[in-house]
Design a protein around this ligand. Structure first.
Ligand code: GSH
Length: 204
């Protein structure tokens, strides 16, 4: 049985979505953010030293990092579903890494420096420019396609959070907002949302 260690209002929501898309038999262990600090509860440190979510366990295998989890579940349990065609494998890998390795960074910088108020003012133009350029790249690559690589793949599972995060802030433009809504309109996304709620980046 696959176990997903899931934190409310977090990026692990997309792992639940993936499990639903693949029709997996899985169990959710729920963790709730601290009401004051918004951090994960200490119990998550018993699962992984960093105490962050998502983490999955599957028959003695523990996997952390959303991109690695998406790759693992699709490869090990997907039976071909949501996998990229061989001709698009490199592009697929780029998206799996881009989501957390590149696109999230300026958003996290904005989140943390936002707490410094005026002291962070000199950093803000660069951070905002980086958010805008990463979203512009995402938008241009998506173009008028429904999904990043043509059909729904793990690339979309990973990038859905970036689109949702941007859309909730009213940035990124209409195509990325429509893409985020397209992800959330899927029955599997809705089923995952019901199981993983609350989720701050729900767009309805
Ligand atoms: N790059 C990691 C990020 C993991 C991460 O930072 N998760 C956040 C939730 S979105 C978390 O657990 N935060 C709680 C904390 O740091 O206490 C991934 O994609 O899995």
């Amino acid at each position: 049985m696959i176990i997903v260690h899931h934190l409310n209002n977090s990026r692990s929501q997309r792992i639940l979505w993936l499990c639903e898309e693949l029709g997996l038999d899985y169990d959710i262990r729920h963790y709730t953010r601290d009401a004051t600090t918004n951090l994960a509860p200490p119990e998550l440190k018993a699962v992984h030293p960093l105490g962050k979510s998502p983490v999955i366990e599957d028959d003695g295998v523990r996997v952390a990092e959303s991109g690695a989890i998406v790759d693992y579940l699709i490869r090990r349990h997907g039976a071909g579903k949501l996998a990229a065609p061989a001709s698009k494998h490199e592009a697929y890998l780029e998206w799996l890494h881009f989501a957390e390795g590149s696109a999230m960074l300026p958003f996290m910088l904005a989140l943390y420096t936002g707490r410094l108020g005026e002291a962070a003012a000199p950093l803000q133009p660069r951070i905002q420019e980086q958010i805008a350029s990463h979203l512009a790249f995402f938008d241009a690559e998506l173009g008028d396609r429904e999904w990043l690589l043509g059909t729904l793949t793990g690339a979309d599972i990973m990038m859905s959070f970036i689109a949702e995060f941007a859309a909730k802030q009213g940035i990124g433009g209409p195509r990325l907002a429509a893409y985020a809504r397209r992800c959330q309109a899927r029955p599997a996304w809705q089923a995952a949302a019901a199981k993983g709620a609350p989720y701050l980046w729900r767009l309805d």
